[in-house]
Each structure stands twice: as C-alpha cells, then as structure tokens.
Write a protein that binds this ligand. Sequence first.
Ligand SMILES: Nc1ncnc2c1ncn2[C@@H]1O[C@H](COP(=O)(O)OP(=O)(O)OP(=O)(O)O)[C@@H](O)[C@H]1O
Ligand SMILES: [Mg+2]
Length: 619
Amino acid sequence: MNDREAFNTREGWRVLGAALRSQKWGLIGGVAIGLAWTVGKVAVPQLTKLGIDRGIEGDGSLWLWSGLVVAAAVIAGLFTAMRRWVAFRESRLIETRIRESIFAHLLKLHVGYHDRTSTGQLMSRASSDLQQVQAFVVMIPLTLSNFAMIGAVIVLLVTSQPLLAVVALAPLPFVNVLANRFSRRIHPAVLAVQAEQAQLASVVEETVSGVRVIKGFGAERVQAEKLRVEADDIQRVSLEAAKLRSRFLPAIDLLPSIGLIAVLGMGGHRVINGDMTVGDLVKFNAYITMLIWPLRNIGMTVAMAQRSAVALMRVNEVLSTPSAVTDPSVPKALPTGDRVGALEFDHVRFGYEGSEPVLDDFSISIPAGHAVALVGGTGSGKSTVVRLLTRFHDVADGAIRIDGVDVRDLTLQELRSSVGIVFEDTFLFNDTVRANIAFARPDASEHLVESAARLAGAHDFILRLPEGYDTVLGERGYSLSGGQRQRVAIARAIVSNPRILVLDDATSAVDPSKEHEIREAMATVMSGRTTIVIAHRPGTIALADTVVLLDQGRAAAVGTHEELLATNTRYRQVLAAWAVRDDDGDDDSPAPSTEANRDAVTGEVVRSRAVTKSDEGLV
Ligand SMILES: Nc1ncnc2c1ncn2[C@@H]1O[C@H](COP(=O)(O)OP(=O)(O)OP(=O)(O)O)[C@@H](O)[C@H]1O
Ligand SMILES: [Mg+2]
C-alpha cells in the first residue's frame, strides 16, 4: 500500500466514522437489543441444564423448566428479529448518506474531472463499493452482540467446569489466527475483483451509451470481445478469491467442532464418574455449538472490514478530490439595468491539462446586446472559449468579464444562470419535452415554456408530437431529429432569459437547405441579447454583427463577414474547408469520392462529416 492509498484508507475510515456518528442513537439501540438477545440466547442452555438436573432427576418441576426454556427461546427469537432489523436499517441509512454525499460531490466536481474519469468507474463506486461498506456496517451491532455472547458463554463455562471449559475452548484462538491470516490473504484478491468489476462496468456503460456508433460501424463483435475479456478477468480473479475462501473457511468452521469432541469425550467420562451432571454435559454441548456461528461470523466480519476498507478508500478517492472550480469566498453580484450583457475576454490563455495551450492571448470585447460569430477551423478552440466563459475550466491567465465583473468573482449559480448555452452535441433528458425545456427552471410557467419554444421555432413540431409538450423523449432525446433536438435545446437555453446566449454550432445537425428555418429562430432569440454564435455557414454567420476569426489561439481578425472575406486569406481557407465538409455530410450516398473529400484550399483529405459529427454526438 503506498502513501496515497494509506492516506485514502485512513480518510475512508474517517468518512465511515462520521457516518456512524450521525447514526449514533440507532446504533446504540441496536447494541442494546443485541445485549437483550444475548441474555435470551445464553439463558436457554442454562435453563435446559436446570430442567434436566432438577426436573428429571428430582422435584418434578419439569413443566416449569420447560416453560421457562420456551419463554427464553421466544424472547431470544424476538430479539433476533429486532437486532437484524435495526442493524439493517442503520446500515442502509449510512449507505444512503454516503451515496448522497458522493452524488453531491460528483455534481460539484469540475468538468475537467468528468472529462478524465470513466462513468463506469464512478458508477461502481456509488454501487458495488457502497454495498461492501453496507455489508460491513450491518455486521457492527451484530458482531458486538456476538462478542457479548461469547464473553458470557466463556464465563458460564469456566465458572461451572474450569478444566473442561479450557479444553473445549482451546481451539478458539486458532479460529482467530486463521481468520486474521485469511483476511490478509483475501485483501488483494478482493481489491482485484473490485477493480475488474469497475472495468467491466465501464465497458457496459460505454456499450450501452455508444450503441448507435457500435451498430453504425457493425462493431458488435469488437465490443462483445471487449466485454468477454473483462468478464473473463472478473471470473479469473473471483475464482482466485474463491480458492482462498475454500481453503480457509472450512478450517475456520471446523476448529470449534473439535471443542465438541472434547466435551463428549472428557465430559462423558466425568458424568460416568459422577463429577458432573448430565445437565452440565448437555449445557456444554449446547454452548459450544452456539459459539460456532458467532466465531465464524467474527472471522467473516474481519474479512468484511478489509473489503470495506478497500471500498471506502475508493469512495474517498472521489470524495477527497477537490473541485478545481469553486465559488469565490466573497462573491460579487452582476450589475442590473437595461443594457446588460457586455462580455470581455481579456488576454485569455488556456490549455487542457498536459497539452499545448489552446488559447493564447485571446482578446475580444462584445458590447451589450451585440452578436458575434466565432469562426475557426475544427479544433481551433471555439468550444473551449464557451467552456471558459461558464467556468467549466478556469483560464490560466487573463480574465473573462461579464458587465465588468470577473466570472471568477461570481457564484457559479449566478454565472451559469446568466449564460444560456446550446451545446454542440445536444443532450436531452429522458423526460417530457416540457421538463426538458424548463430544465434550468422547473418552476417555469406553461406560458414561459411555450413562448421559449415558439422563439426557438420548436412550438409547431412539438404540438405535432403524440402528446405535445407531455411527450416523453427517449434516451437522450433520440426520438427527435437532430434539428428538432437542437431547437428544443435552444428553447432550453433561453427559458431563463440569460443575459448572454451561446450557440455552439447550433445548426450543425441541420441540413443546409433547411438551415434557414432554424436560422429564423436563432435570429429571433438573438435580437437584443449578447450572443456568441459559433458557426461556419455564411448564412448563419450573417446573423451576427461582427465576425471573429479564431486562429492559433487568438482572435486573428475581427470585422464583418464581407470585410474578412475580402481581406483575409485564412478566413477564406477556414470557410472553404467547412464548405467541403458540409458537402460530404449532406450527401447521403456512402463514402464520397476522395476527390470530393479533398479540401478545396489546402488539398488535405478531410474526414467526412458523417463520421466526425456522429462520433462526437454519440460517444
Ligand atoms: N477535455 C479536453 N481535454 C484535453 N484536450 C481537449 C479537451 N477538449 C478539447 N481539447 C482540445 O482542445 C482543442 C480545442 O478544442 P475545441 O473543442 O475548443 O475545438 P473547436 O474549435 O470547438 O472544434 P470543433 O469545431 O470541431 O467543435 C482541440 O485540439 C482538442 O483536442
Ligand atoms: Mg466545438
């Protein structure tokens, strides 16, 4: 275990400790019930002995003793049920608490973290790892009462027949030694199983969410093979763990039974010699049998504690990751007024972790109510500009200001509610059209939702859906066409009337011949509102007052579309490259000829849009 893991394990126990403390009274109640259970359980053999020794042999009180045995057994039975119920209730509550804190933390973590971390890994942390923790927590009150029972039994045995007790109980320490060794050996095996399970979850998650790409490329077999490899790995490491279990657990089980043999052999002789009553022999026998399960149980709990330590370590890896983007300690408020929404990128520099800078000295200033078209080649950093504006990432240098206030001085809530974004890959939720549009404002009135849809040019087609605004969109909204999805996304972005609107390639999924329809919608929602429209088709670019050419990380040229077209070679090249891509994408025939695919200006072979865009949107 390296330092980082040791730290995480320690912190993991701290997380569990805090959760346990929050359930303190429930746990104390569980332990109290467990103690009552112990009394009932331990009383039965003792009463049986008295029944045999006194009831059978002498004073004829057999019925009385039998009645008492039944009463003790009923009490023990009732408390057995109660202690299980309380233990499970508490452990489920704790599991829920930790799960809620993982979920809350995941939502708080910066986007960069989610870019790097696989969904399957996170899902396995919130499910199978937490189950391990729950399985251990449920054992805590149970184990405490098991300890109490073992203690009580040992005292009773030693006080009645010291020598026989010592012989019968002698194998117990070995159970402990074995359980300990077992848990040490099983630890790495369990770790491996958990890691493999998380990997399998990743493959399953990717296969399900990327099923359209997989089918589109006929790659079912590739994916099935990936799954087979992962499943085989799980089987292999699980079998190793099972082998360890099958080697140790029988021995752990068997050892206490040796005590039973001692009781029969030695105790039997004592009874024959008259040194011990038959009742005592039966009592010893019952007690030793009673110890087998709790002892084994403690052995299991030791292993479970190990497993839950590993699980808590992994959970804590998530919980202890700080969010790189947080609210300022003293937030400022955006100025209010009639003409708001001025936006300024001031010498912004930014690069993704471990790669070359994407933006370097990027400066533009957009007056309130103005629309700017951001134009640049693919991968030039246009979407990055948007991610910085909403603080999905923070700038490395320079500043972004809305109405003169640095975005880092605003609360994330205020910042993100003042910027409405239509992302380049539209993601809709598996919910009604209405809920999707009102996503940022669940309390939005019907009227507001409808007027947003009207503005976005979505109202008409929504009314034609089977249940209008109440139609449930399938997974990610795939039951709509690309253009329809984008219109719903535009409506979603404008429902909260943001001061700044960003349309990241909002017409990319729309056929150029139909683009004018959505363009009208865009023109309506843009009017009077500060807008950044990322675009590459002249018709859409024309919606903006000014065009900014993003090239080599900076605003390489600023002007109107006509000006740039007339004066800037690079601008013409970028548009020409996009035009070629568009031609490919709109052509429904399979692989377009290499000639048609050749970039008009640079002569480079460009991948067809059908591949690049659907890859982005679906994976
Ligand atoms: N999460 C990320 N981690 C690392 N690098 C990234 C990440 N996102 C984007 N990049 C890189 O940053 C550069 C700019 O990406 P960006 O998405 O801003 O391009 P773009 O101009 O929007 O392109 P397109 O027109 O194709 O959407 C690219 O080289 C890309 O590979
Ligand atoms: Mg982009």
